[in-house]
Design a protein around this ligand. Sequence first.
Ligand code: ZN
Length: 468
Amino acid sequence: MSRAGPRPGDIYSPVMRFIPSAKLRPKTGRLQSLIDRRSIKRVRFAQMDATKPPPQKDFPPRLSPQAARLEGERCTSKFPPIVVRDACRCEQCVDPSDRQRNFSYSDIPRTIGFDRVSYDDDAKEVQISWSNDIPSQSQAHRSVFSKDVISRLNRKFRNPHWDLYQRPVKLWGRDTYTQATSRVDFNDYMTNKQSFAEAMHLLWRDGLLFIDGVPESEGSVSQIVNRIGPLQQTFYGPTWDVRSVPNAKNVAYTSKYLGFHMDLLYMRDPPGFQFLHCVHNSATGGESRFADTFRALDQIFQQHPMYYEMLRDNLVRYEYDNDGFFYSDAKPTVQSNDALNVPSRPVLNSKSTEISNVAHCFWSPPFVGHIPSRLAPDELVKFIGASKLLSQHLEMPENVVEEKMDSGTCVIFDNLRIVHARNAFDKNSGKRWLRGAYLNRQDFVSKAASVMADMPPEVKLGRESSIE
Ligand SMILES: [Zn+2]
């Protein structure tokens, strides 16, 4: 998690790039001698290579021509010509059918400049012709930008699809999760555009949704996943069954109590969403339990911000080492949006603003290889304290939603936000068969962005700036 490194959207500064680091600080004795030695080496190197022409004649490049002020939809900003030229999406620059670029950004001449900038106020457009444009382009090339595109050039997240992240997340607990309105009928989900968009909206907002009336068929869960995107394959196969089997290799296949956890955190890219279709259930017990880690983190941040930081700043190693399989990955308990380079999201019902910076929470004690054991002893004590606090908050009755899965119900939940657990059940009391599948988070986001226009209107929090 490097916070200091450059990020997409950062404006590259040719000026800073070519200031030798020595000029930035006073030369102390030791540093001075290092610089001297380095420059001597460079001279010798230059002498040895004196016969060969340098690969690029005027390197470092000259500074590019002046930036220009361009009018956007709501404001006027200054842009370097390279940034604006790179953004051209005309038919010459981007293939209209496959949407791939016809030029590489590396071909933009360093001497490119604005030749003429004119505005068509009726069309809300900016027309630009270039001096020293990309050589392969025809002389007639001219860029036309809508004022909306100009407004977005300054944003870290430029594509309008990122507006999805302006739709809020809602924290929930036992009394605020509305089971009655968090259910969608299978047929509506599969065939009705609005119902499907409503389901996507609920998954984005709450991360927990129930689909009812699912046919008692082995293929149903795949159908539900495929409505959104492709199944995420894992070593459990494209879909998998949860039934008690003798000598189970995984605790999910037994009938004992299964505590709060998330699936497959030992994988680098764990499933974004889990789907569990209850094909048949006549067993006693085995209720499913769910809790919103974001709500628990919001409560922890309020009471013990220091503990929250411990959860954000330390990596836990997850591991699966069994039966000829070895998977391992280290993750923080709290992963910020900054660390993932995604926009922050407004959060409803939250007590702190910090929670809008949380992208994922990773919690799966049964699959921990080891904790961050190289921490100083007192830090280690704090880390355990913070983890204990999270565990306690997740288990608070007011934070838990419980549902006995009936035959014909499929639960979908955000595997990187919602923890799930299962009460013990009596193997001999009846049949219990659940069929599960996974979906990658990016496949979910892609579909959600594409159906955004059909989603129900959302409460605007006036936090548009959060994605800029
Ligand atoms: Zn163009």
